[in-house]
Design a protein around this ligand. Structure first.
Ligand SMILES: C[S@@+](CC[C@H](N)C(=O)[O-])C[C@H]1O[C@@H](n2cnc3c(N)ncnc32)[C@H](O)[C@@H]1O
Length: 283
């Protein structure tokens, strides 16, 4: 049963508009490995119950992105980015280099960095809402352990960048990572987001990420909160947008690994051929 007073009290524009199952599709032992490693809990039966309980609470409370429906928050995304070995080495070599996990959601990538030895003092996690992060603290069982900096606000809003809680860090980040974020935004918001990332990066800093794309590019499903239609780019259009925002050394590739797009999005629902883009760009 939906938690009365949470979903029921949400404005219609903030409710997830598509039907979702009350049982996750599958939750394999392999899916639980990162959580087990991070928490030290070896009993996978207990972990499975724990995950399903939290997943159900999230579904009854918040917008359930496809990756949340598919429990993708159990798997850090950043280790699969081709630049990650280089980024990790740089963060370990210079412990003062600031890293931003942008659109951090539950915070699985932040925790991957921590497991990899990156000091928490180097990491900032941000998202438009703290709600997924709060569930993340329950999921990863570390509410009193984490000391990463956090800040909440929309990265499409230049006021957040210039005068919000993150503003002391503006122009200082060596790395900004946005895993699976651009494709939840409208065309105008993708542009604003990319421009604001450029602003918060230090000179020579790197913006890296992944997103769902579409070939041909175009509008897609509703953006969360009823703010318009999400826009999906393809390689050329996203590269052009990054160039226009002032980035150089842009690398852009399609994830051709088997099952990559099927895991991320429901291809049957919204038309054109979907792709996964993996990118990095320098300020
Ligand atoms: C599809 S989820 C991906 C989350 C996570 N990075 C991952 O790899 O699983 C998109 C995330 O972007 C966040 N987000 C959406 N719009 C945003 C905005 N304007 N500014 C910052 N974060 C935003 C959402 O709240 C959500 O946590």
């Amino acid at each position: 049963m939906a938690a009365k007073g949470i979903v029921d009290d949400m404005p219609a524009s903030q409710k997830y508009p598509y039907p979702t199952s009350d049982q996750p599709n599958n939750l394999t032992d392999e899916d639980l490995q990162f959580l087990s490693l991070y928490t030290g809990q070896k009993d996978l039966h207990l972990l499975r119950e724990h995950v399903i309980k939290i997943w159900r609470s999230v579904k009854h409370t918040l917008w359930v992105y496809r990756c949340i429906q598919e429990l993708m928050f159990l798997q850090p995304r950043i280790p699969r980015h081709p630049s990650y070995p280089e980024v990790k080495a740089a963060l370990l070599a210079d412990k003062t280099k600031p890293f931003l996990d942008l659109g951090c959601c539950f915070g699985q990538d932040t925790r991957q960095l921590i497991l990899d030895g990156v000091p928490e003092s180097s990491i900032t996690a941000t998202d438009i809402t703290p709600d997924y992060w709060e569930f993340g603290k329950k999921l990863f069982m570390d509410p009193d352990r984490l000391s990463v900096r956090t800040a909440w606000g929309s990265f499409t809003d230049s006021q957040y960048i210039h005068s919000g809680p993150l503003s002391p860090m503006t122009g200082r980040f060596a790395y900004v990572w946005a895993g699976a974020v651009l494709h939840v935004l409208t065309a105008a918001d993708v542009k604003a987001f990319i421009t604001n990332v450029h602003t918060v990066l230090a000179p020579g800093g790197t913006f890296l990420g992944t997103c769902v794309g579409q070939d041909p590019p175009g509008e897609w499903a509703d953006a969360p909160g009823g703010t318009g239609k999400r826009y999906l780019h393809r390689e050329e259009t996203l590269t052009a947008l990054l160039k226009e925002a002032g980035y150089t050394d842009i690398s852009m590739e399609r994830d051709r690994s088997s099952g990559a797009i099927e895991r991320q999005e429901d291809l049957s629902t919204f038309g054109n051929q979907k792709i996964i883009l993996i990118f990095a760009a320098t300020k």
